[in-house]
Write a protein that binds this ligand. Sequence first.
Ligand SMILES: NC(=O)c1ccc[n+]([C@@H]2O[C@H](COP(=O)([O-])OP(=O)(O)OC[C@H]3O[C@@H](n4cnc5c(N)ncnc54)[C@H](OP(=O)(O)O)[C@@H]3O)[C@@H](O)[C@H]2O)c1
Length: 239
Amino acid sequence: MHNKSFLVLGGSHGIGFGITERLLRGGGSVVVVSRTRGQLDSLDPALATRMTHCVADVTTDSIDTIELPEQIDGIAYCVGSIGLSPLRMTKAEAMRDDFELNVVGAMRMMQRALPALKAAESSSVVLFSTVAVSRGLAMHTSVSAAKGAIEGITRCWAAELAPKIRVNCIAPALTDTPLSERLLSSESKRDAMAAVYPLGRIGHVSDSASIATFLLSGESSWITGQVIGVDGGLSRVQK
Ligand SMILES: NC(=O)c1ccc[n+]([C@@H]2O[C@H](COP(=O)([O-])OP(=O)(O)OC[C@H]3O[C@@H](n4cnc5c(N)ncnc54)[C@H](OP(=O)(O)O)[C@@H]3O)[C@@H](O)[C@H]2O)c1
């Protein structure tokens, strides 16, 4: 990570903030893109000197105005959604919004950042899916569709951009972040959710942030095109 340059979309809270903090601790510089500063002011001031915050909304043209470093060693696109609704109530507009936020935003950012990713000796991109793509979960019509597209794009970009740029994806299950606040708003909800997982708990930010940091580092230099489940066993194991 030392002296490397990273871009974290959605690095102001949740998993993206966890990734930002780890990259800074490893000696990297990070440009964070988000609509608000979120938790960024809680960063250790010594680390914050290597962090730049750009205010932008990935669903608008404001992302075209972000000033990017000339060289980028890694990108994490952590912007995403969990809009749950039964099929009969899912609105076409909500599906379009989820697609715009999760997929079109990632594509626009990649197009802009491509010259800077190519300027690095080798670079790495991490995208985010959800366990609801590989495991059928009720009420996930919109988000599983958008994240399914992200898994397809992961393999497409990994093929198109190899060998210089690696592209991988993390598929978390329920993780304790601002995004999942509503699902974890009481002890009884937390206990009920934890009981669903073979490993007996819901996810922490560090579970996904540590894998993302590994995928952004040279230690994963022979890994590309993969979707890695960080899901307490939910996608593959029945207890
Ligand atoms: N948490 C879970 O249970 C869970 C489960 C499965 C998959 N995931 C996926 O994992 C990824 C990270 O999730 P998370 O829980 O860490 O999410 P989070 O806590 O909601 O954080 C999302 C980040 O994206 C930024 N953001 C949201 N909308 C944006 C926009 N339109 N333009 C620019 N920035 C925007 C937010 O900052 P601002 O609000 O300041 O803009 C924030 O920094 C997402 O792709 C999510 O779909 C999460």
